[in-house]
Design a protein around this ligand. Sequence first.
Ligand code: SF4
Length: 198
Amino acid sequence: MKTYMVNEIFFSLQGEGVRAGTPNLFLRFLGCNVECQPNTHGFECDTDYTDGQPLRLDEIISMLRGVDPNCKWVVLTGGEPALQVDRELIDGLHDVGYQLAIETNGTIELPDGLDFITVSPKVAEDQIRQRTADEVKYVRVYGQPIPQTVVEADYKLISPAFKGPDLDRQALEWCIKLVRDNPDWRLSVQMHKFWGIR
Ligand code: SF4
């Protein structure tokens, strides 16, 4: 029977984007097709997605329920969840009552049926394949211009880079200036890092 390589399943509040503050089950998939590093992206990936176990859909549902039987939103994340998320998974989770958000780098076109899509590009715009989203979110370091995004989204967000666990204040002030100069964009800060949660 089909399995998905899952890194971890846990409960937390969404810490960023327009859904910030909402309760969610996070389903983190193993693996990514991009390698974000300071010399290429201005920041280093802060997520460990390299270990995992193969799980069937029914095992995933059982684990989600075990973590929090009341929570009805699942955030599909990674790594890059689009490497594994398919209609079978989407339909199976919908069938048992979950709503599905996804956080993707946009390099792979997503299957239909997801309830909230966040594209957070980490590659050049011409390499982005998922070009529609509910929100599009870019990490910015000091001096980076406002993105010329190819993604059509209801909400366009910029997120100041962190230096390890600490917010880069210079990046924050730069992002505030960018939003002031480009009012169709808004600021998103990784609030979970301030809240002391995952
Ligand atoms: S695309 Fe996302 S998960 Fe992949 S290396 Fe970059 S920050 Fe990490």
